[in-house]
Design a protein around this ligand. Sequence first.
Ligand SMILES: [Zn+2]
Length: 234
Amino acid sequence: MREDLAAATIDLLFGSSCVGCLEPGRALCGRCQRALVRRPSRTWPSPCPAGLPAVFATTLYDDVARAAVVAHKEEGRLSLAQPLGRALSWAVLAALAEVPRSRITAVAVVPVPSARRTVRDRGHDPLLRMSRRAVVELRRAGVAAELRPCLRVVRPVADQGGLSAHARALNLEHAFAVRRRPPASPVVVVDDVMTTGATLVEAARASRECGLDVIGSAVVAATARRLPHRFGDT
Ligand SMILES: [Zn+2]
């Protein structure tokens, strides 16, 4: 509750306008929320890296998605965790729908880890906050989901921005490890945005190395130029 209050206060300080269309009001208006949460689709980057689990995204990383992710992550618009978390929960549901029901009684939502320094510099952990909201939404949908942030960054990594797909993969090779009590349930690895897939590959590798059953991955958005198809109502 304290977090919700803080988020509302920050919205007020920002004059509370929609980050997607700048209309006065909530941090994300109804129309932009609908643009964010579309029908989730299976997606993959091109080239598709080896070891990438099946990835589901709710939208393209364009206009509204980019504005919401950046404002939440970099500008402290914490109330955006709710619509972003809801979008993430839809992507997780899509990932679960691909798995035979007999295999799933519960699911562990495992966020990709951020370096401790990154979290400290930002003053918050945006993906963890979104993932927490996503788990709330999943439970509302009747899924026995639990948040299990068990992955850690275990060696220094460079900023991924501006790196090629190959350089990103090398940058993250063996950078993650399971450092907290691993979940017994099947795992869906989650992130906010997929670009080359390198982060999800490394998160899945580290999870599998620890014996976790990675059944898929879910992101809010995937970058447009790497998508072979349109998102939307099709
Ligand atoms: Zn809007």
